[in-house]
Ligand binder design. Structure first.
Ligand code: EPZ
Length: 421
């Protein structure tokens, strides 16, 4: 298992190119199951999660071709030769569960392993299953698998989600595109990645109204066509590198970012006293002479502050004088980064889903352990600002969601390298 070693204290300065969005690309890849024609995806990020999803789709019988140095994918589901998504793949990557809705809609049968929990929480799938039942699927749970069938096909219906769920909304939308009749989904999640999925489905011939709102209306079709689609940029990667610039009091230009997808995050950055502006190159953040202010953050479904930037924001706030407060309202256990940050000298008190962060003068480098994707990158951010050497083990977590992170940071002056453990 590789490790990353950082010699902290260097203000970042330079340009970072933001990659395609992991969480959009994974859903787009699953949508290829809905048609026997080719789906061409561009601006695909080079991440291990994308490789895992490609392997899963290939195991179902899809043709998967990487083109143009892995930044484009051609997926063709001419025949589905296998209807089972194996536990060994699904347990590694929860997003594998997104093949359930498309398989059921296209084939009328699917056997998908339950994803199980992960470091940040139980990660239930009851909302996915309830939505598919509403669409007429018969489901049973056997030996850790969901066995779903819909002989005669799915039927349009009304789905009222009790809470917003990104994955359940995506599974329901994809399934409904091939259902007979109209489906209305209420309290749908509104993340930009869902908008990107809807854009691609519409290019495939799906009839979908309400993009970007919490009420989505879908008129089912008998079949969908192939299409070509460019994956939107990764707003979480964008926020991560912006915070790396802030914590090191650097000045970085982020190409590919769009303000509109990070509104609440940028509001909080502004509250901290950081100046930023859109430029022709993308987005410039200058924290060289910022006297950072403490803030209060609560994670919420989009357009609220994203839970996927909570750990990175916390790492940054450990060096902001005064007391900041972070409330994690999406996942029940998303503070795994706290003990590791504390080992670097951070002062953080936890009370349930609330973390009080008391700013310290400096962090001190230490060997730390990555536990999940965003906790890992929070430790990288802390290491960039800490005095001395930080060694982050188990960086396979990082490779799931951050393309060439050490290269992108080194290009901005960071003293960072990857070593074989
Ligand atoms: C997606 O996960 C993202 N993953 C997550 O990003 C992100 O943190 C999350 O949305 C919230 O924005 C992908 O898109 C691949 P949810 P998802 O269903 O769909 C509960 C990252 O770091 N819930 O919106 O699994 C759930 O436990 C990852 O890139 C149920 O109770 O999240 C959570 O508390 C981490 N029952 C809340 O809803 C269900 O059936 C929101 O989860 C489904 C979810």
């Amino acid at each position: 298992m590789d490790s990353i070693i950082i010699e902290g204290g260097v203000p970042l300065s330079g340009k970072v190119k933001i990659s395609g969005a992991k969480n959009s690309c994974l859903a787009l890849m699953a949508s290829a199951i809905l048609t026997e024609e080719p789906i061409n995806l561009n601006n695909v990020p080079k991440l291990s999660d994308i490789t895992t999803m490609s392997s899963l789709l290939a195991s179902l019988g899809l043709e998967v071709q990487n083109n143009k140095d892995n930044r484009s994918l051609c997926l063709k589901a001419r025949d589905i030769s296998n209807h089972r998504a194996h536990y060994n793949i699904v347990r590694k990557m929860r997003a594998s569960f997104l093949v359930l809705g498309p398989l059921l809609a296209r084939e009328g049968f699917a056997k998908v392993s339950l994803p199980g929990g992960c470091a940040i929480g139980a990660r239930a799938v009851d909302l996915h299953l309830d939505a598919l039942r509403r669409l007429g699927a018969r489901l049973k749970l056997e030996n850790g698998y969901v066995i779903a069938s819909a002989t005669g096909g799915l039927v349009g219906t009304e789905i009222d989600f009790p809470i917003k769920s990104v994955g359940a909304t995506e599974n329901a939308i994809m399934a409904a595109t091939l259902a007979k009749g109209r489906t209305i989904i209420r309290n749908a999640a509104r993340e930009p990645e869902i908008g990107d999925l809807i854009d691609c489905l519409q290019k495939m011939g799906a009839e979908i109204k309400g993009r970007g709102s919490a009420t989505i209306e879908i008129e089912g079709k008998n079949r969908l066509n192939g299409s070509t689609h460019e994956v939107i940029y990764d707003r979480i990667e964008f926020g991560t590198y912006l915070l790396a610039a802030v914590i090191t009091k650097g000045k970085v230009s982020l190409s590919g970012g769009k303000e509109i997808l990070n509104r609440e995050f940028l509001n909080k950055i502004g509250e901290m006293g950081v100046t930023y502006k859109s430029t022709s190159e993308g987005f410039m953040v200058d924290a060289t002479s910022t006297d950072l202010q403490p803030i209060k953050v609560t994670t919420e479904p989009y357009p609220g502050f994203p839970t996927d930037l909570q750990a990175q924001m916390m790492a940054t706030l450990t060096l902001v004088k005064g007391e900041s407060e972070i409330n994690e309202k999406i996942f029940e256990n998303r503070f795994m980064h706290v003990p590791e940050l504390s080992r670097m000298g951070a002062k953080i008190k936890l009370d349930g889903t609330c973390a009080m962060v008391e700013g310290v003068d400096q962090l001190v480098g230490a060997p730390v352990m990555a536990t999940d994707l965003r906790a890992s990158v929070a430790l990288v951010i802390a290491g960039l600002a800490a005095q001395g050497e930080t060694r982050i083990n188990r960086v396979y977590h990082l490779d799931r969601g951050y393309e060439y992170i050490e290269n992108k940071l080194a290009q901005c002056g960071a003293q960072i390298k990857r070593v074989q453990a």
